[in-house]
Design a protein around this ligand. Structure first.
Ligand code: HEM
Length: 114
């Protein structure tokens, strides 16, 4: 995952590096990416995730709503960023537990009157 042959400054936290991968890509970009298999949150090849484009459309809204509507409380100690590899993917070695607490009585605006 953090192979400097594929990623510039692989140990730096630069989420914007993935913007390129999710914005409009050419077929050539897709093919190059598939060959390198350096960016595989949706798998790859013939059995790659068919929901990838839909996910990119809705993910920003979902994360935005979670942050806007809820405060995320962590009762435990400091978040430990140690990583571990499970199968093919990199995960947190000690996943923290957060409790979402609505910022209002209707955090998702489900009862919003128009
Ligand atoms: C953040 C969102 C998502 C992530 C990270 C994700 C990730 C993945 C991954 C890693 C695979 C396995 C690919 C492989 O074996 O190479 C997969 C398969 C699949 N995903 Fe997603 N996915 C997401 C959203 C979605 C959505 C929104 C849909 C449908 C609306 C979807 C439908 C599927 C289906 C049907 C498969 C099985 C494809 C097959 O076996 O041929 N996924 N997904």
């Amino acid at each position: 995952m953090r192979d400097p042959d594929y990623w510039e400054d692989p140990d730096e936290f630069k989420p914007e590096r993935f913007l390129l991968a999710s914005s409009s890509r050419s077929r050539q970009d897709d093919e190059r990416r598939e060959k390198a298999l350096k960016y595989i949150p949706f798998g790859g090849g013939r059995r790659g995730c068919p929901g990838e484009n839909l996910a990119y459309v809705i993910l920003g809204n979902v994360v935005g709503m979670m942050v806007q509507g809820f405060e995320w409380r962590n009762e435990g100690a400091k978040v430990d960023l140690e990583e571990s590899i499970k199968g093919l993917t990199l995960t947190m070695a000690h996943p923290p537990k957060f409790t979402p607490v609505g910022r209002t009585s209707d955090p998702l605006n489900l009862n919003q009157q128009s």
